[in-house]
Design a protein around this ligand. Sequence first.
Ligand code: 5GP
Ligand code: ZN
Length: 136
Amino acid sequence: MNDCVFCKIAQGEIPADKIYEDDNFFAFLDINPVNYGHALVTPKNHYENIYSLPDEILCNIGLLVKKISIAVKQGVNANGINIIMNNDGAAGQIVPHAHFHIIPRFANDGLWHWPGKSYPNKEEPAKIAEKIKGSF
Ligand code: 5GP
Ligand code: ZN
């Protein structure tokens, strides 16, 4: 993908603070971190999101996300790690090249998770579960 920023980073055309590289994957610091040490893990080849990632790449990137999470946690002395993958614009994906965010968290860093909501009635969760089960 010629105009993809993460393809350009993986190919060395745009500089980035690289923390890991192998034949298939690349990890670097997010330019606009939630907390210092916030890293992004990407396949070098261009896939837009989780839906189009080949199974083998997804399995291997899962193992790498674990390894890099441990390194980030130790490297910046974090108390915890959030792992996030945004898929599609509605979910906040800005760069359409599949990537996992590894976000170091610190006790009392002032960040909060998404607010939860209640189902409108007790039948609703079962209805929604049926719809999802019918979509496999
Ligand atoms: P998304 O919302 O697509 O999941 O996240 C994209 C992330 O990429 C954002 O957190 C953004 O700060 C980061 N980002 C965008 N452009 C660049 C860049 O050129 N260099 C680096 N290091 N990070 C970038
Ligand atoms: Zn790309």
